[in-house]
Design a protein around this ligand. Structure first.
Ligand code: FAD
Length: 440
């Protein structure tokens, strides 16, 4: 995008500008606000202060700003999520009224959502054929920042920066990873040399922490997937192949949301519309605070509160527990995740939840209910992950921490009793499922 703006300006000066839109920013939870703030502050440093920050609805603030600085065009990366796409259409129209061109270049994806189609020209509904077609479609190498790029000084007032400083200082902000592109690239290089080889074998193990942890950087475009894919093209082996597949999931979910904007707050498939849900506030709170009495679930929910991030396997287990053990409709959990994740992303989050709840893209059968204890024993075999996040269980050795109810001193340090019985709730979930299907 910067390269396109540079070219569009005939090699002249370019203003780098970010609009802090209250309609988005004010609705993001403190974690995501702080993470955005940290990265914008890092970007300002990278550009030696030449980053303009505006605050307001871009429809109101951008046309005046462009006119004031004699800009002939505004370059953006294409927005394909429902709110952003609708907003951009309005901004484009407002800019056209003052004679300023709107230019969209690329998107935060390797392939802009909406472009990968099947032979009939239709979007894909299922991941595997999408991923195949996405790989066949291919992508260009990431554009280099032009060496002759000149950034103009278009100082913005202090008010928007103060909003960012406040967001960073707010209570309840989790421990953030290092912000900015240099930190993201450093993380990526470390992962390439130390993590990629074992990625395919260990990516499901929360205790080993063997994933890239790049999702927060990808979320805000601090790192572009094409940068990763370009490096992965030079790598061989199961780790590289698996990571490309995981990046394809991100692209797939963005594509699905692009084609089905209504899936943000409604089941994608209507097979379970008659399902009976519940929303017991005490149970929901136990889940949110990591006090369900199921160690793997609680460890994940506490990791989320502490870091604004949770391991993928544990996201699936905690989401399954809310939807199938506590019988809560998935949007409540999706909202909680979105409010607390620093990588909180409408597409990946909504469809990660819908996948787990059995209402989404994959024909993931509803009756596959994760057993939180067996998942713990399998993917956290020594319970190191559980002990890391649950101090009340640190006195228990090895896998015993997954089943404190079997230990004489399991509850000696205040760990809560199980809020429900998994076997009963599993049966209950299946009965609800059968009833809903019977009604359809
Ligand atoms: P790695 O394993 O290193 O994977 C590399 C990258 O591939 C990730 O950074 C991510 O961009 C992408 N990726 C990996 N797995 C998935 C996946 N299942 N779906 C989509 N993209 C994937 N991811 C988000 O980025 N934001 C979210 O809000 C989000 N919410 C989720 C909610 C639920 C209920 C579930 C089950 C998954 C969710 N995910 C979300 C997907 C996944 O959990 C995270 O992308 C992953 O845990 C990030 O850690 P990582 O960067 O170490 O992943």
């Amino acid at each position: 995008m910067l390269a396109a703006a540079h070219e569009g300006a005939g090699g002249g000066q370019v203003i780098v500008c970010f609009v802090l839109d209250p309609a988005i920013f004010d609705r993001a939870g403190p974690a995501r606000q702080a993470w955005l703030a940290a990265n914008l502050l890092a970007l300002r440093e990278t550009y030696q202060g030449r980053l303009t920050l505006l605050h307001g609805d871009p429809v109101d603030v951008l046309p005046g700003f462009a006119q004031e600085h004699g800009a002939t065009a505004v370059h953006v990366s294409t927005e394909t999520q429902p709110f952003g796409a609708a907003r951009d259409a309005r901004v484009r129209a407002a800019l056209a009224e003052v004679g300023v061109e709107w230019v969209e270049t690329g998107s935060p994806y390797a392939v802009t959502p909406g472009r990968v189609r099947n032979k009939a020209g239709d979007p894909f509904a299922v991941f595997t054929p999408f991923a195949r077609a996405w790989r066949d479609h291919g992508w260009r190498a990431p554009a280099e920042e032009p060496a002759s790029l000149q950034l103009a000084d278009a100082a913005s007032g202090p008010e928007p920066w103060a909003i960012l400083e406040c967001a960073l200082a707010r209570k309840g902000v989790p421990e953030l990873p290092p912000a900015g592109e240099a930190a993201a690239l450093a993380r990526w290089r470390t992962f390439l040399s130390d993590g990629l080889q074992g990625y395919a074998a260990h990516r499901d193990r929360p205790d080993l922490d063997h994933t890239s942890r790049l999702s927060p950087y990808l979320k805000f475009g601090v790192l572009h997937p094409r940068t990763l894919l370009a490096d992965l093209a030079d790598c061989r082996g199961a780790g590289a192949d698996r990571l490309i597949t995981e990046l394809a999931w991100r692209e797939f979910y963005a594509d699905v949301l692009h084609h089905h904007p209504g899936s943000l707050d409604a089941d994608l498939r209507d097979g379970l519309t008659g399902m009976a849900y519940e929303e017991d506030p005490q149970l929901v709170e136990a889940w949110q605070q990591g006090r369900t009495g199921y160690p793997l679930v609680d460890a994940g929910m506490r990791q989320l509160l502490a870091l604004g991030w949770m391991h993928n396997r544990v996201r699936m287990v905690t989401a399954s527990f809310l939807t199938k053990d506590l019988h809560v409709w998935w949007p409540l959990g999706a909202r909680w995740f979105l409010d607390h994740l620093i990588d909180g992303d409408l597409a990946s989050n909504t469809h990660g939840w819908q996948w787990t709840a059995g209402t989404g893209t994959d024909a993931a059968p509803y009756f596959r209910v994760f057993n939180p204890v067996l998942q713990g024993v399998k993917f956290d075999p020594h319970a190191d992950y559980v002990r890391r996040w649950i101090p009340e269980l640190r006195h228990l050795c090895g896998a015993a921490a997954h089943e404190p109810w079997k230990q004489d001193d399991g509850y000696a340090h205040g760990y809560p009793q199980r809020v429900v019985d998994h076997a009963d709730e599993r049966r209950g979930a299946l009965a609800r499922y059968e009833a809903a299907r019977g009604g359809n």
